[in-house]
Design a protein around this ligand. Sequence first.
Ligand code: DQA
Length: 149
Amino acid sequence: MPSILILNGPNLNLLGQREPAQYGHNTLADVEALCMEAGKRLGVEINCLQSNHEGVLIDAIHEAGRGVAAGEVLGVVFNAGAYTHTSVALHDAIKGAEVPVIEVHISNVHAREAFRHHSYISPAAAGIVVGFGVDGYVLAIEGLVRKTR
Ligand code: DQA
């Protein structure tokens, strides 16, 4: 069964307690359970990883790229958190690993502070899902499956 990596960046481990007006009341465990459910429905294996460390996220993207090359991985659903707005290294990792990435943001970053309007991930992404709350992860999984099957 092909797999999809659900990759969450910094501070997303605090979902549920962190700024609920922006991000809602679901925890990261709730989000991962939603993703698992979607995976079952769509016939894809779901693997989940969250890290607050840029290098760990880069390594995970490289590994996913090797999985894509081996025909085992469809791609990555990636909420890079604040690294979205700062990380050339994550942009380069996605391009270098040649991995289809669907960028997800729980909140509508374009309706928020100006520093959230620019994404280093978007130009390297295969698709973008923004502002649908945690349902965005499920939409991204569905989109990735449609794009890659
Ligand atoms: C976020 C938006 C980012 O600007 C922020 O730094 C996050 C979460 C979102 O899911 O809406 O950590 O990626």
